[in-house]
Design a protein around this ligand. Structure first.
Ligand SMILES: [Zn+2]
Length: 296
């Protein structure tokens, strides 16, 4: 039985196709479209391969599995080297378990141990032959989506992909240029993502935080409390900074609600057809029927 061949191009926006002659030629014959990957980070990829997911962020509160890192909080006094050691300590157990490796970014070391990582094994790598191209994500964050470095990276990736056989090519999200950077309250019990400010606490504490959050730049969302008792989601193009990921504000970001035109991802399925925009749930269903048709 052969495995599904999947190519993931991180942060490839449908509008990037204009710089990707090979991918563009595929859209002339195969089914393709914009992909609504839904709310948050990672969840869309999970849904695509497993059918459902509640993971809207990489860090949450669950089983206190990172408690061992409490004994290394003193590494905060050692700058970049301290952070590198923490990243190694954090990732060794993950490496052994075959989980995705994650950088701990700017997460305060005296809080990191109170969280858990929701992201484990990559769901795509479990079920398919998986090829990954990550360059556009880093370049996009650093330089924005209209920089010439983006165009160069797209052309390079397009060439590489043209040499690989595939069943599905997809991106996990788009990318939107940051228009406004705002700061949100940082409390003792919170996680500040780039696009989501998440707080835990009692009613009074949460009420006070709620009053300080700018409703013109985002909205509150209801989700599983493991991700926050109070969750404030930024409007597309708004960046929370300082945050727990980057020391300096980035130029572009993804996540948000996934609905904005710039946040849409891309898919191309090796099946004759035209343009059809889908949600991650719909693409999951389509992949299931595709597998049956091609009798994997
Ligand atoms: Zn990214």
């Amino acid at each position: 039985m052969r495995k599904l061949k999947v190519i993931m191009t991180d942060a490839f926006k449908p509008s990037y196709l204009q710089y990707a002659p090979y991918l563009q030629s595929l859209t002339k014959k195969f089914q393709w479209g914009e992909l609504d990957m839904g709310l948050g980070h990672w969840r869309g990829v999970d849904i695509l391969f497993t059918g459902s997911s509640n993971k809207i962020a990489i860090f949450y509160k669950n089983k206190n599995s990172l408690f061992y890192l409490k004994y290394f909080t003193w590494l905060k006094y050692f700058g970049k080297i301290g952070r590198l050691i923490v990243d190694i300590l954090f990732n060794i157990p993950r490496l052994i378990k075959g989980y995705e490796l994650i950088r701990t970014g700017n997460i305060p070391l005296d809080r990191l141990y109170t969280f858990d990582a929701s992201v484990k094994k990559h769901p795509g790598k479990k079920v398919s032959r998986f090829y990954y191209f990550g360059e556009l994500d880093g370049v996009g964050h650093k330089y924005g989506t209209k920089n010439e470095k983006i165009i160069k990276a797209i052309k390079k990736i397009d060439k590489k992909i043209s040499k690989i056989d595939f069943d599905l090519i997809f991106s996990d999200h788009g990318m939107i240029d940051i228009e406004k950077t705002i700061s949100v309250p940082i409390t003792k019990n919170c996680f500040i993502d780039s696009d989501m400010a998440r707080y835990w606490g009692n009613k009074d504490e949460l009420e006070k935080i709620r009053e300080k959050l700018p409703l013109e730049h985002g909205r509150f969302i209801e989700w599983n409390n493991k991700y926050g008792d109070l969750i404030f989601l930024a409007n597309p193009g708004v960046l929370f900074s300082p945050n727990f990921w980057n020391e300096k504000p980035v130029k572009a970001m993804h996540g948000y609600n996934g609905k904005h035109k710039d946040l849409k991802a891309l898919y191309i399925l090796k099946k004759y057809g035209g343009k059809k925009d889908l949600t991650s749930e719909e693409l999951h269903e389509l992949l299931n029927s595709y597998k049956k048709q091609k009798s994997f």
